[in-house]
Design a protein around this ligand. Structure first.
Ligand code: ZN
Length: 472
């Protein structure tokens, strides 16, 4: 925890919304595609709230929330119901949002050391765009399933808040329940922040629209400083909602909360109450069974086979490259070979992806990468040659052996062939031979360098070295 001036402690709780990427919307069969290029193309009488329509519940959305709960060791609700949260806004066609108040799907989880209070299901709003004299509403996003996660106020600095948010994003992506891209609004973070010198919480402010991890950290740090300065200057803080101004790198007041909002919640009479244990596919055992390997388990597994912290976090983020790597370590067990695999993936292949227009990663298979690593181990391929081979594999596709032959990348370990090369070098450089014999051992590198030059880099340096010793 970061030490704050004047003996203050900061207390932070997070509220995170994540759009679930189900096939269809929460209560109708419209495609879940909030970023469709054409506005109002994925809409129907249900998600535009025409009179007389009835919602149908999306099972995949409920399962998604329960999976997040299961992965974070939380309690899953048995009985659950949804409520109407009433408020009028042009992008809420029903004039209420379907959410959950008393019976959230998930409660009491833990992630990155932070206690999770609850996770519930709700629906996203439409999107409005404001023109000079009118506003437009696009209902493609209306009714997209949204997960809301609330943490306990147990975070004390910006770094811990960012670490939690990053771990949550990683979990949502690992579970494939949300793309969780902050910049696109698929994951939205709000921070409740207060400072106090005593056990009693201070007046909190809620900072919204934090659309990158960096902004989450910057806004929390700014808000802690602002609150401490205000209190030290004898000012009274007010409970309010604040936004983040990227230009001035500061928070600003958006709305003062005089009393808590009255949403007149009540259970939605159109949607059945569920007893999940009585429904197929919702049991805890089934949910646990279908979980993929979770990030913290993968961290342990990769640490055990010698990966660095940096490499582990790389693979956790880069799902496709991790699949390539995972396919290799089923066959490779030698630590040196694993290290080579990590290096070629995290530096060479990642670099190729970064610098190419379209992804050609599917050209490279784990099997061919293993073949390449074996060729290096058997001295058939130099590290320089392997770099070229990776590029050919990525851009052209094909077998490692064939491509290495085709592009003349194989190292020569043919002793007879190399013997004549070495003989020539020694004959051409009598003065160097003299110095070497007189004890200048460094000159071995010179001979090897000459050997590489004469063979266009294809000689196996170890065999060259052996031959030089032998022939002198
Ligand atoms: Zn619809």
């Amino acid at each position: 925890m970061k030490e704050l001036p004047h003996g203050y402690t900061a207390t932070i709780g997070l509220e995170v919304h994540a759009e679930l990427h189900t096939n269809t919307k929460m209560f109708c069969e419209c495609k879940n595609d909030p970023f469709a290029a054409q506005p109002n193309t994925h809409i129907c009488p249900i998600c535009t709230a025409q009179p007389g329509t009835l919602p149908m519940v999306n099972k995949q959305a409920i399962i998604s929330v329960l999976r997040v709960g299961t992965a974070s060791g939380a309690d899953l609700a048995d009985f659950t119901e949804v409520d109407r949260k009433n408020y009028f806004y042009p992008d809420i066609p029903k004039a209420y949002q379907i959410s959950q108040l008393e019976h959230p799907l998930v409660s009491h989880g833990k992630l990155a050391g932070v206690d999770i209070t609850r996770i519930h299901l709700e629906e996203d709003t439409a999107t409005s765009s404001h023109q000079t004299d009118h506003s437009l509403v696009d209902f493609n996003r209306a009714g997209v399933p949204l997960m809301e996660l609330v943490t306990e106020p147990v975070i004390h600095d910006a770094d811990a808040a960012m670490a939690f948010a990053k771990e949550l994003q990683l979990l949502l992506r690992t579970l494939k329940v949300s793309h969780a891209n902050l910049e696109k609004g698929e994951m939205r973070i709000e921070a409740n922040i207060s400072v106090s010198k005593t056990e009693t919480f201070g007046t909190k402010t809620e900072v919204k629209n934090l659309n990158s991890f960096k902004i989450v950290g910057a806004a929390i740090e700014y808000e802690i400083d602002r609150q401490i300065n205000a209190l030290e200057n004898g000012e009274e803080l007010i409970q309010e909602t604040r936004g983040w101004d990227e230009q001035t790198q500061s928070t600003f007041s958006q709305r003062v909360k005089e009393s808590s909002d009255d949403y007149r919640y009540f259970p939605d009479p159109d949607i059945p109450k569920f007893k999940l244990s009585e429904l197929e596919g919702f049991s805890k055992e089934e949910l646990i069974e279908t979980l993929p390997e979770l990030p913290w388990d993968k961290r342990d597994r990769y640490a055990k086979i010698g990966l660095t912290q940096e490499a582990i976090e790389f693979f956790l983020q880069e799902i496709e490259l991790d699949e390539l790597f995972a396919g290799m370590i089923t066959e490779l067990s030698d630590p040196q070979q694993i290290k080579l695999a990590v290096n070629y993936i995290t530096s060479d292949i990642a670099g190729l992806i970064k610098n190419s227009q379209d992804g050609m990663l599917s050209n490279i298979t784990s099997k061919e990468m293993i073949q390449m690593i074996n060729m290096i181990s058997e001295n058939k391929l130099s590290s320089r040659g392997a770099k070229d081979l990776v590029t050919y594999m990525y851009t052209q596709g094909g077998g490692a052996q064939e491509l290495a032959e085709k592009h003349d990348l194989l190292q020569s370990s043919n002793t007879d062939e190399l013997r004549s090369v070495v003989e020539q070098i020694l004959a051409d450089n009598p003065d160097v031979v003299e110095k070497f014999k007189a004890g200048d051992a460094k000159l071995m590198q010179y001979f090897i360098g000459q050997g590489m030059k004469l063979t266009q880099g294809k000689a196996n340096p170890q065999i060259l070295s052996q031959l030089i010793k032998e022939l002198l």
